[in-house]
Write a protein that binds this ligand. Sequence first.
Ligand code: HGY
Ligand code: MN
Ligand code: MN
Length: 428
Amino acid sequence: MGDTSNLPIDGARLWTDLMDLAAITDPDRPYTRRSFSALFLEGRTWLSRRFQEAGLDVRIDAGGNLIGRMEGSDPAGRTIMIGSHSDTVPSGGRFDGTAGVITALEVVRSLRDAGRTTRHAIEVVDFLAEEPSEYGLSCVGSRAMTGMLPAQMAGYQDGRGEKLLDAIDRVGGRIDRIGDARRDDIAAFFELHIEQGIVLETGGIDLGLVTSIAGIARIEVIFEGRADHAGTTPMGLRSDAGVAAAQCVCAVSELAASYASANRGHFVATAGVVDISPNAANVVPGRARLLLDIRSEDRVFTHEFLKELDARTRDIATACRVERPGWTVLSDTTPSLCDPDLLDLLRQGADDLGFSTLCMASGAGHDAAFLTHVAPAAMVFVPCRDGRSHAPEEWAEPDAIAAGAATIYEAVLRFDARRPQDTQDQES
Ligand code: HGY
Ligand code: MN
Ligand code: MN
């Protein structure tokens, strides 16, 4: 790790904020702050206060994103946006998402402390519901900001029957004015995130420069058999939805292993949710619901996998004497490319600060993937211990996060210092 003793940002202040936000968690399932929950809103209240203390104008946009804004010196100037998400997976970590939101805040505070005014306005953003929410959809706020939240998705419901559109209103968004969330003034977007993988740590590299972000398809599969008495129903007369679900989980894993070894880039697939009902020891499961997560750098490859798995699950249903009434594509995002010019500014900043960098693809999804549709976007990865994430063991070193924050600080100043006509050309 390069020398972090003399950075343009305050690493101790950044770290304290990170740990303070992490303390806002479901105490029984550290670290959990699920989107739309009371704890999430408690975290948002804490963030809003920190944004205000930094002198930012704070608002919630129509898509439910929390935004802190520092005006630039050029009224006609566009916006440099920096951010990530503050929601977590269940029993997740302290850094996934939050490291990017607090880093964004620290960059703005440090600019202020240094008396630097920028030509561009700068916005710090906590995007709503980046993690797959109880409504079955992820990246809710960044979809809204980029015009990619259609009414059909906004109509998704959670297990209690609340619609996503009502939940967006509940956290301060305005579904009736969702179009207002769309942005066409973003000149550049930066996001810091923990790598959630092992490449940087094993390579002894300080920072990752993300070149592309995997496309993600999420599928809901429903099997319907017949609930029966577990003690009296002969094996040959059962329609056991639980067996069908189990065979589906194995089919996903086996098929994905073959696709992953086909030399067509990064490919993974996971059956992360398996609900069977009535979920009682002495009842043959009558119904099963699975949520599948499929990722690759090549959308055609993903669709080939989905076609093959669709056929496999039909065969499984027949063999288990159950129906398969549900095969729903909940979301299907294209792989995204980050902006080479912004990556170069990040590389220059890291070089000047004495940090090593490595260009790499991201198997994890991020809000930046959506921002690439409306603005040049780039991500910085920081190493995380043993590559662990989406688990309480998730850990990143204070110095690593400070190095990433300082690198974004330098890249922002470089981008802002360009002559307006350059960036105008850039931004046209
Ligand atoms: O699932 C993901 O890749 C991200 O952590 N939400
Ligand atoms: Mn995550
Ligand atoms: Mn994340």
